[in-house]
Design a protein around this ligand. Sequence first.
Ligand code: MF3
Ligand code: CO
Length: 248
Amino acid sequence: MITIKTEEQLACMRESGRMTGDLLKYIGKSIKVGMTTFELDKLAYEYIKSLGAEPSFLNYAGYPASTCISIDDTVVHGIPSKDMVIKEGQIVSVDVGVYYNGYHGDAARTFKIGDVGEEKRRLVEITEKCFFNAVENLNEGTPLGDIGYYVQSLAEENGFSVVRALGGHGIGRKMHEDPFIPNFGEKGTGIRLRQGMCLAIEPMINAGTFDVKFMPDGWTTKTKDGRPSAHYENTVAITADGVEILTL
Ligand code: MF3
Ligand code: CO
C-alpha cells in the first residue's frame, strides 16, 4: 500500500529529511584517509543521537550499524568495520537513515577520496546526474516508470549500467514502503505519482556490467566484475508544485 502524507506528516518528513541531509554534510567534512569505516559509522551514530533522533538502519532486519559504507566495487550495504581503512583513490558511498518524530529520512552520497581517476570521477558525477534527471522530469501524475527511464537512459548514454537487483522505495513511518522503484524502465508505464507520496530515489550505477553478487555476510552487495559502483539517494515528496527534495 502506498501511503499519502498529510501536510502535518509532510512537516515531520521535512524534519527527519533535513537531519539526514545535514548528517551527510557532516560526514562529507569528516571523512579522511586513514579512518576506518567503523569510526565513520560511530560519528554518524553520535550525530544522530545528539539530535534526539534514532538511526533508521541500526537493527533493521538485524543490520548491525547506523550507516552502510560501500567502497569501490561494493554497490551498497557495506557493513562498517574496524578492519576497513579508507584510502586515497577510493570512492566511498555512505548511506544513512534518520528516524525522528515517527518518520524516516534516507539518503546516500558517494565521496571521492583524493584523486580517484577519470572513470570513477565520471561515474560519481553521472550517478548524481541520474537522480536529478529523474527528479526534473517528475510531477504529480507522472508514471512511476519514468523514474527508471530517466535514470537508465542517462547512465547508459554515458557507457555505464544500472543495477537491476535493487532499487528505491516509498518511505514514511516505515523506511521501506511501497512502491518499489526500479532504476530502469519504460517511460509511460506504472502507477501515477500523487501529491503526498514520499519516495527514496536511489540510482546505483556500475562502471561495468549491472550484475551484482551478495556476499556471505548477508548484506554486502558487490559488482560481479569487480569494477566500481556509485550510489546517490535522496528522499523526496511529490507536492502541488512538483518534487521537493527533503534530504539535500
Ligand atoms: N538506503 C538503503 C535502502 O534503501 C538502506 C539499507 S538499510 C539497512 O535499502 F538497514 F537495511 F541496511
Ligand atoms: Co533507500
